[in-house]
Design a binder for this molecule. Structure first.
Ligand code: MN
Length: 276
């Protein structure tokens, strides 16, 4: 494989796409919960055993958007990938890259990555899949944008969020911020990079939907919303409907992994104050 395949990902602008969207938080291999959430959102998903493909019928003209981190830690990352890849190919879903998706991609490119934080589980799950499937996953992960711009720029989706001045920008630095979020440089008491609270300072008009840092409840602040409700850690899998900002959630069927750090708790009185 050639090296120009990597680091090619850019943002993806689909200004004419106005929704309705169902934006889904970090899935992390939680296939059962994802299927249950899709059913609750009135997507009819069937597995065609002959074609070995999922065929999904969305409600009305709705489309799905995944905030990334499809894989790692959960019970069936390969099957989550297949379902999402099939929906993307069907033209009814979009997905941005998360840090876990990116690391799996680098592993599949043959890079020397540390196989931990749930990647060891994904690697084991992928071992029983054939080469064609692995190749499909590699190409899919390599094609994911680092952020999505929708509805004439009114809606931004990035795995770890994105400050306003970087919307519609491409660079290594922007990509790193989209996937990992801003960090302070030091380590916290769990030995993990200290994450900076970019959303606290956000004053943009576009709504930014993101995941990456598990929260007990979806959390609105300054036109940003974190919808990673930590399904793989026994929380829930959340969907945000756009443009009406309705929340739908499925409780996790189990607790598949222990969180690396405590969930972020936010005061519940802060509410969405979007002016559009
Ligand atoms: Mn995540």
């Amino acid at each position: 494989m050639s090296t120009h395949e990597q680091q090619q990902q850019e943002y993806l602008a689909l200004p004419e796409q106005r929704g309705p969207f169902h934006i889904i938080g970090d899935v992390h291999g939680c296939l059962g919960e994802l299927l249950a959430l899709l059913q609750q959102l009135k997507y009819a998903t069937n597995f065609d055993a002959q074609q070995q493909r999922y065929v999904t019928l969305p409600p009305d003209d709705s489309k799905l958007i995944f905030v990334g981190d499809l894989v790692d830690r959960g019970p069936d990352s390969p099957e989550v990938l297949r379902l999402v890849m099939d929906m993307v190919e069907q033209g009814i879903a979009y997905c941005v890259s998360g840090n876990h998706d990116d690391k799996l991609h680098r592993m599949l490119l043959g890079h020397n990555v540390q196989v931990r934080h749930g990647l060891e589980l994904t690697a084991a799950q992928l071992a029983s899949r054939d080469a064609a499937f692995i190749e499909r996953v590699r190409l899919f992960l390599g094609s994911l944008p680092h952020h999505l711009i929708l509805d004439e720029g009114r809606l931004i989706v990035a795995h770890a969020g994105l400050e306003e001045r970087l919307h519609g920008k491409n660079s290594k630095g922007v990509r790193a911020l989209c996937l990992y979020g801003p960090t302070a440089g030091g380590k916290d008491e769990n030995g993990l990079p200290i994450r900076l609270d970019w959303a606290a300072e956000y004053c943009g008009k576009p709504v930014v939907v993101y995941g990456h840092s598990p929260v007990h409840e979806p959390f609105w602040r300054n036109n940003t919303i974190n919808i990673d409700t930590g399904c793989v850690f026994g929380g829930s899998l959340t969907a945000l409907t756009y443009p009406d900002f309705k929340l739908t959630a499925v409780k996790a069927f189990g607790r598949y992994a222990e969180p690396m750090r405590p969930f972020i708790s936010h005061p519940r009185h802060e509410q969405h104050s979007s002016i559009s």
